[in-house]
Design a protein around this ligand. Sequence first.
Ligand code: CP
Ligand code: NVA
Length: 308
Amino acid sequence: MTHFLDISNTETGDIRAMLDRAAAMKAARAGRPKGTPDDETPLAGRMVALIFEKPSTRTRISFDVGARQMGAETMVLSGADMQLGHGETIADTARVLSRYVDLIMIRTFEEDTLHEMAEYADVPVINGLTNQSHPCQIIADVMTYEEHRGPIADARVTWCGDGNNVFASFAHAAGRLGFDLTFSGPAQLDPEDAPMRFAAQAGRPVRIERDAATAVEGANLVVADTWVSMHDSQTARERRHNLLRPYQVNAALMAHAADDALFMHCLPAHREEEATSEVMDGPHSVIFDEAENRLHAQKAVMRWCLGV
Ligand code: CP
Ligand code: NVA
């Protein structure tokens, strides 16, 4: 079974093939109305289940539209409305869903839920974000970088803020695709050990630099994300804001990056918190290309999972 659970357990060659296919599929339908099918519909006759245990705009809509453009039927399900949210086990849910659908994407809390779903499903499972990682986002981010600047290998990427799930997938990608990643944030919000170990073992140890201006010096790509993730307790909000304020990506900080540096944010953003509107809407920003590329990247992920 070909699941897409994380960049760390997807081979580099497979990631490269997905990136190439995503770019080709994007080019092939340039300018067409979004509701028209692709010339090829490799998912015709397939049923795709999209399960959300957390809110979503981009993931939900881009998977739904992408699957339909490739000819599939889709159903978007809220975890809370399923028996899953009322005590049915993940294993039973996975076995039942496998009798109805050909592909499952799930956004959930603990990554153990995702892994249990994958273990018991007879159909491919895709990680649509967990507390620990967000691999679909980073496939789209790499696609966006390469579309604007060419190969990401050896590029200098600086993450400013919380060592969260999106950062973890960046660390996995640094290891798989060979770029230099710097983490700049407070020690209290350092990344988890596992993604740091993965990057180091792949020969791309993540540099930790507490001073944001030093971290951004000469960077080709600067990345920000929300200071409070969906799984974080709202009671920690003020503490997080106080810790993270020195890592806001504003014009003064971006001035330390390379002249042609890109700025990314997976969105949703809290403008004037982790990044200013001046940066988000400024000349370095590619945030809306990044959001669009979720669609193209995930179409390639779905095809790879189904082998079509
Ligand atoms: N970036 C991202 O995954 O956005 P959503 O939470 O809107 O899906
Ligand atoms: N780190 C954020 C990403 C949202 C797409 C969260 O998990 O809420």
